[in-house]
Design a protein around this ligand. Structure first.
Ligand SMILES: C[S@@+](CC[C@H](N)C(=O)[O-])C[C@H]1O[C@@H](n2cnc3c(N)ncnc32)[C@H](O)[C@@H]1O
Length: 416
């Protein structure tokens, strides 16, 4: 069902500062039309606003997560709507794409996600250590004993790899428990969490798919049978060091200076996006975010192995994650999120709210989002549809719509 009616006249075109939405110079032209949604006439702009391909993005962003957006998306809005002293917020932070991008651009950062994994994946990348510091620390971690996990992980790992993972898990838990955990430990935890499962020898596990989530033990057994594979040994310290070097590979001195400065005041919250009391009224200049979409992704269950490694109770987290089954339930939750966003957003500040194409494009969430923001007090400035065409070499990881050929982000832009 579509809520919007396409207007065939631009008679009542809203006064939108269209130059804010200019496409990158070599992009295909933007098309525009006008939608009537409820009482509002909304300008919809469609085009390639940022380029596909990960080339221009920082290597520091190369951490996989279910349904993450590309760094180019938050960068586009941060560049246009903020300056250095401003705070950028993401209430559904995931792997922290917005937070890391804001840090690279020297902005203030607030990041929230109901899943504690989000902070584990984000915070260490705001204070990246040197590869040497990571190498030295790894050398100090003892792996002698033969250890086994408290659950059957034999379908994912060789016995010796499993033993190393358990030793690392224990080391990290101990450092945390006795207050000795530092930035280097947190970095190692973040990288190890990211390397638990994947499709290549660059991960601890035997081949698994998809790369950014752990399938169930049963499904992994089936993958192994089908591919006639058994887990081979992986040297976990080498894997961690290699990924560390890759994450740091294009980080410039300026990036480090910016991100370290932003890290000093960064605020991390682990809770429901509707209740963020510790964020001050009118303190955020820009929110760039992408909410959970109905019940499409099981953010906690897909991350069960990552949760196990970090001693996070998956069941407890699953209970707090928004998994609305119907658009009505989803709208109720998001309506409250918008009220909270209105409270924390500065006057004349912005919200860029990204939604995907759900149910093969039949459900256009952006058209449901417009009235929610307007009801909370925002004005809806535009809907941006960023359409990207993948080339053969495009990196499909983490991209939500990974049907071959195209990917589109649909962003509703609000102003307070
Ligand atoms: C689409 S993902 C965000 C991905 C993020 N943009 C990124 O690039 O990684 C949605 C996130 O919302 C989180 N989440 C679900 N329900 C929530 C709630 N009620 N409050 C806060 N976070 C929630 C999930 O844990 C998930 O990480």
């Amino acid at each position: 069902m579509n809520l919007a009616r396409i207007l065939d006249t631009d008679h009542e075109k809203p006064q939108v500062t269209k130059d804010l939405f200019e496409a990158i110079p070599d992009a295909t032209a933007i098309t525009e039309d006008l939608l009537q949604i409820g009482q509002s006439n909304i300008l919809r702009l469609t085009g390639e606003f940022w380029t596909s391909g990960q080339r221009q993005a920082s290597s520091l962003q190369e951490i996989s997560y279910r349904a993450c957006f590309k760094p180019q998306l938050p960068r586009y809005f941060i560049k246009r709507f903020t300056s250095e002293q401003d705070v950028v917020y993401d209430p559904f932070s995931g792997r922290g794409t917005t937070a890391v991008e804001a840090g690279l651009m020297g902005r203030g950062i607030i990041a929230n996600d109901v899943n504690p994994l989000s902070r584990i994946l984000t915070e260490p990348r705001l204070v990246p250590p040197t590869a040497n510091a990571v190498q030295d620390r790894l050398a100090q971690i003892k792996y002698e004993e033969k250890l086994a996990a408290d659950l059957d992980l034999s379908m994912f790992y060789h016995r010796d790899t499993e033993s190393e993972i358990v030793a690392l898990k224990r080391y990290l838990a101990e450092r945390k428990a006795n207050g000795k955990e530092d930035n280097v430990d947190r970095w190692i935890r973040m990288v190890a969490t990211n390397r638990l499962t994947g499709h290549s020898p660059g991960f601890f596990s035997v081949y698994t798919f998809p790369p950014n989530q752990a399938v169930s033990a049963e499904s992994q057994r089936k993958i192994n049978e089908k591919r006639k594979q058994t887990p081979e040994y992986r040297d976990t310290k080498s894997v961690i060091l290699k990924k560390t070097k890759s994450l740091l590979s294009n980080l410039t001195d300026q990036d480090r200076a910016n991100i370290n400065k932003s890290a000093m005041s960064a605020q991390f919250l682990t809770g429901d996006a509707r209740f963020t009391k510790s964020i001050a009224n009118e303190s955020v200049q820009l929110t760039v975010t992408s909410p959970p979409f109905l019940d499409i992704v099981g953010y906690a269950s897909d991350n069960w192995l990552r949760c196990w490694f970090n001693e996070i109770d998956v069941e407890a987290v699953t209970g707090t994650i928004t998994m609305a089954k119907t658009i009505e339930q989803w709208s109720l939750v998001m309506g409250d999120v918008f009220k909270e966003l209105y409270r924390v957003t500065k006057r004349r500040g912005w919200v860029a709210f990204e939604v995907g194409e759900i149910r093969n494009g039949k459900l256009k969430l952006e058209e449901y989002v417009v009235p929610l923001g307007v009801e909370a007090g925002f004005s809806c400035e535009a809907i941006l549809i960023n359409s990207q065409i993948f080339t053969k070499t495009s990196n499909l990881w983490g991209v939500r719509n990974n049907k071959a050929g195209t990917n589109s982000n649909r962003i509703v832009v609000f102003r307070r």
